[in-house]
Design a protein around this ligand. Structure first.
Ligand code: GLY
Length: 426
């Protein structure tokens, strides 16, 4: 079978790497891909948001399975368009993708189906939103309704910060039409964890729990990024916590989406806060996480193409139990200095081939080949994943790999996994 993977980041590189091991897969194309992906798949120059171009490519090349990495093409209805042409595609329809593409849809859905989440209010008038904040208890979380490339969630500690955030989103429209409505919710305290699960509209199968580190600096300080590292599994999600998440979050979500006439197929990713009152949903995503995928897939032994086809064909209820490599994995992001603000591009990257260790994998994100030389082309440049018997050893393996890679202005966090390691010492 020929496979098309859509996207160009570390997540897509990990998906390509894993699909390459499938006995079902003969050839992989990636649109548009990156320099690392081009070693394992044929990269094609079609952008992830060019839905018509991707449909035409899939028809012309007799693609048997298309996998969508990022949320934007899903929110724009790529699955609906592929389905119209009877092409097999892994992911939710535009209607089901609203669980990520509209935070207001998502929260109202959770409220209706009693899925635990923070209390909230929605506003489309600036003055009303400010008025609400004036009498509310801080901190609060202000969210733009639509997709904002991971930047549309702002935690505010007082009325001045709240007014500024609301002004930016609703009046200055820094996120464009994504800010036409806002959601204001209570701030939750606890450990933040990620559960990705594969759904076929009726049945849901969880992958191992993971955690990412969104902030740029050590100690989870500084501005949010796309993710500076992730690890899997996490000790914070015990068997009992996982049961609560499946029973109170994942299963009712799949049931509710089906009741609403929008059955959810693909990856349902729940960002959860483990509060004293149990796990509560921070947000849902309708796709694989980045960089969580680079940590989770290296531990998955099950054939990923077969799992994705079972989602499309609605046969997950009879799919064999997922098979996992024992131990842990950790992924460290190497970024360009200045990220998530301004940074330079075009820096030559050296040292990847000096990584000779087994179970140390380099996933490319912002890289391109210029005159046949590997150079940086993005804020997040590479993710180095190590797998080993436990988290400490997986981290050491990943950091040994990171130590070999050099480019001007490279930076990475040295404390990925610190909360779990601290917990283990207590
Ligand atoms: N790591 C969070 C996300 O992919 O949105």
């Amino acid at each position: 079978m020929k496979v098309l993977v859509i996207g160009s980041g570390g997540r897509e590189h990990a998906i390509v790497w894993k699909l390459k091991k499938s006995k079902k897969v003969d050839k992989i194309f990636c649109a548009p891909g990156n320099a690392g992906i081009s070693k394992q798949a044929k990269c094609v120059n079609v952008k992830a948001e060019n839905i018509k171009g991707l449909v035409d490519f899939a028809i012309r090349n007799k693609i048997g399975l298309t996998v969508v990495g990022p949320e934007v093409p899903l929110a724009k209805g790529i699955v609906n368009e592929f389905q119209k042409k009877k092409l097999k595609i892994f992911g939710p329809t535009k209607e089901a993708a609203q669980i990520e593409s509209s935070k207001v849809f998502s929260k109202k859905f959770m409220q209706k189906y009693h899925i635990p989440t923070a209390p909230f209010k929605t506003f489309n008038m600036f003055a009303e939103a400010v008025g609400f904040c004036n009498s509310a208890q801080f901190p609060l979380v202000i969210k733009a309704d639509g997709l904002a490339a991971g930047k549309g969630v702002i935690i505010v500690k007082n009325i001045e910060e709240a007014t500024k955030a609301l002004d930016d989103i609703m009046l200055s429209k820094v996120f464009g039409s994504a800010g036409s409505q806002v959601l204001i919710e209570s701030f939750m305290v606890g450990q933040e964890v990620t559960i990705m699960a594969i759904a076929d509209g009726k049945t849901i199968v969880s992958l191992l729990p993971s955690q990412d580190h969104k902030q740029v600096y050590e100690g989870d300080k500084g501005p949010n990024t796309g993710g500076m590292g992730a690890f899997c599994p996490t000790d914070f999600v015990t068997k009992d916590v996982m049961t609560q998440i499946v029973d109170h979050v994942l299963a009712p979500t799949i049931h509710g989406m089906s009741q609403e006439g929008n059955p959810f197929k693909g990856v349902l990713m729940a960002g959860l806060m483990l509060t004293d009152a149990g796990p509560k949903v921070l947000e849902f995503n309708c796709r694989f996480g980045d960089p969580e995928t680079q940590a989770v897939l290296p531990l998955l032994k099950t054939d990923l193409a077969e799992l994705m086809l079972a989602s499309i064909n609605q046969t997950l209820s009879s799919f064999p139990k997922l098979n996992w490599k024992p131990g842990s994995s950790a992924c460290i992001t190497i970024a360009s200095k200045g990220y998530p603000g301004k940074y330079s591009k075009g820096m030559p990257i050296k040292g990847i081939h000096d990584i000779k260790e087994e179970n140390c994998f380099v996933f490319h994100a912002g890289t391109i080949l210029k005159d046949n030389k590997l150079v940086t082309s993005g804020g997040r440049v590479l993710g180095v994943t190590g797998t080993d018997k436990n988290l400490t050893m997986a981290l050491s393996r990943a950091y040994r790999g990171v130590g070999k890679i050099k480019f001007n202005g490279s930076m990475y966090r040295k404390d990925i996994g610190f909360r779990v390691l601290k917990k283990a010492q207590r």
